[in-house]
Design a protein. Structure first.
Length: 516
């Protein structure tokens, strides 16, 4: 890792500093202002008389102490200009031999490099070129950077490296940092909305004895103390509904879920969601709440109702609703008689060269047809309702037509953003559906759900009529920031391992070292 000649030179400089009794990783510092606060506080100097503001020897201001990473150095004999970056902004420092002394200036001249983190104390002034800066009276190294920053690191030549070494990406690209500041703000607004609506935030287990709440392949781990396998959470749904049984009437959880599935521009094996459950309400109530939720986000983020998204525009003034069957016919262009017949639909998909399994049920065939011919066309906010009961194992049957579920999914920008339904609270019906899922799993469906007898038992005590919904936070952030891939809005997305990372020899060696 540290065999590069440039790295070796920097390591040598760190050693030379120690020999001079200077700690290259000093922890004694003061900080009176962030860079942005400094710029805001002394902005008035830029408005003063031009002659006074360009005189670097003007009356000193209060001495301030700032810190940050060096992004640029320009040496000029007995003085230098240094650009210092902290989280808030970049600030220029002027350092001269006459102000900091011969010894300190020698350290600056011989040892300071781009990437080092320093502490500068001095007063505000405006340079002859009109830039508000700090005139240093003291400068010291806080952290010696031994790996040089790249000269050009804007994702233009190596996008994958940006994701693998996000810390460098964050150093070099302030726009990337701002993206994640915005993500944090979105998450806070999500929480605020539901708290204002009277929902209680709760936390449920991430290690499950039985994976449930969604059709997905789980990650498996082992609990040494108990001597049993556990599954990383694929959804918090069944635990949250247990809380509704227990008497809470409105709960939500901002949660991390894990699904052992493929990765693409909109899927990561671990992802964030909000799931919320609302007793004495139906899925129709959720439709209105979801519209209100998006209006709240757009307003508080200062966004317009028409947002750019890739080559399209999403108009939040144009919400629309289709039943599942209507969407296959009107949007997917599949003939009515084909949609209503399992064998015709199977042949239709084969004729379109769509890959399907010979054992796929009618509901699964409809699901494939929807994914292939409908989903990508749903750009403006679109609710799809009346899902086939077969692919909705946790949703309540419709009273008028038990073949359909009281369920909806929300699609925006061609992607599923939310999934909600009136919850199934009939324990006998739920037990039968779990049995059907078990049969599908035994037939080879790795994503089918397991039997959860404790959840059925909980329903046996009585769960009130309840509506529940899940909204994908990652896709929500992608939508609101016009991100092209989920990797752009995850600080540390899952990546294909490098050769060294995938070596079992390295893992064994590390484990043996730790044990010794």
């Amino acid at each position: 890792m540290f065999e590069n000649s440039y790295v070796a030179q920097r390591i040598k400089k760190a050693q030379d500093l120690r020999e001079r009794h200077i700690n290259p990783y000093d922890n004694t510092l003061t900080r009176t202002k962030t860079n942005q606060s400094f710029l805001d506080t002394y902005a008035y100097l830029l408005q003063e008389d031009n002659e006074a503001s360009t005189d670097s020897r003007q009356t000193p201001q209060s001495v301030e102490s700032i810190v940050g990473r060096i992004r640029f150095i320009r040496l000029m004999g007995k003085a230098c200009f240094v650009k210092i970056q902290d989280e808030s902004a970049v600030l220029q420092a002027y350092i001269s031999r006459s102000d900091v002394g011969d010894e300190s200036f020698e350290i600056v001249k011989k040892f300071l490099e781009v990437g080092d983190i320093i502490n500068v104390q001095g007063y505000a002034f405006v340079t002859k070129t009109g830039e508000l800066s700090i005139h240093a009276k003291m400068c010291k190294i806080l952290t010696k950077s031994i790996i040089p920053l790249p000269e050009k690191f804007h994702g233009l030549t190596d996008v994958e490296l940006r994701y693998r070494q996000r810390y460098v990406d964050l150093i070099m690209n302030s726009e990337v940092r701002q993206m994640f500041v915005l993500r944090s703000r979105i998450v806070r607004l999500v929480r605020d909305f539901f708290e204002q609506k009277g929902f209680l935030e709760v936390e449920t287990p991430m290690l499950h004895p039985i994976p449930g709440g969604a059709n997905a392949k789980p990650f498996i781990t082992h609990h040494n103390a108990l001597g049993v396998d556990r599954y990383l959470r694929i959804a918090p749904e069944l635990y949250l509904k247990r809380l509704i049984v227990g008497g809470f009437e409105a709960v939500f959880e901002l949660n991390r879920n894990f699904r052992n599935e493929g990765m693409d521009h909109s899927h990561n094996p671990e992802f964030s969601m909000i799931e919320f459950y609302w007793a004495y309400h139906t899925y129709e109530d959720l439709l209105g709440l979801t519209k209100e939720f998006f209006a709240y986000l757009l307003k508080h983020l200062g966004l317009e109702n028409i947002l750019p998204y890739g080559e399209s525009k999403i108009d939040f003034n144009r919400w629309q609703t289709f039943t599942y069957q209507e969407s296959l016919e009107k949007i997917g262009g599949i003939p009515h008689n084909v949609v209503l017949d399992s064998e015709r639909l199977r042949q239709y998909l084969l004729d379109k060269h769509i890959k399907i399994e010979s054992t796929m049920s009618y509901g699964k065939l409809q699901d494939v047809a929807f994914s292939e011919f409908v989903e990508s066309k749903l750009i403006n906010p679109t609710f799809i309702t009346q899902y086939p009961i077969e692919i909705s194992p946790l949703a309540r049957r419709n009273d008028k037509n038990p073949e359909f579920a009281d369920r909806f999914e929300l699609f925006i920008g061609g992607k599923e953003i939310a999934n909600g339904f009136s919850e199934l609270n009939d324990p006998l019906d739920q037990y039968e559906r779990f049995q059907a899922q078990v049969a599908q799993k035994e037939a080879g469906d790795e994503e089918a759900q397991y039997m959860d007898e404790d959840f059925v038992r909980a329903l046996g005590y009585g769960m009130p009529p309840t509506a529940g919904e899940g909204i994908g936070i990652d896709r929500l952030v992608m939508l609101l920031t016009n991100a092209k891939t989920i990797k752009d809005i995850l600080l540390f997305p899952a990546m294909k391992p490098l050769r060294a990372e995938s070596s079992t020899d390295n893992l064994t060696t590390t484990q043996e070292h730790n044990q010794t």
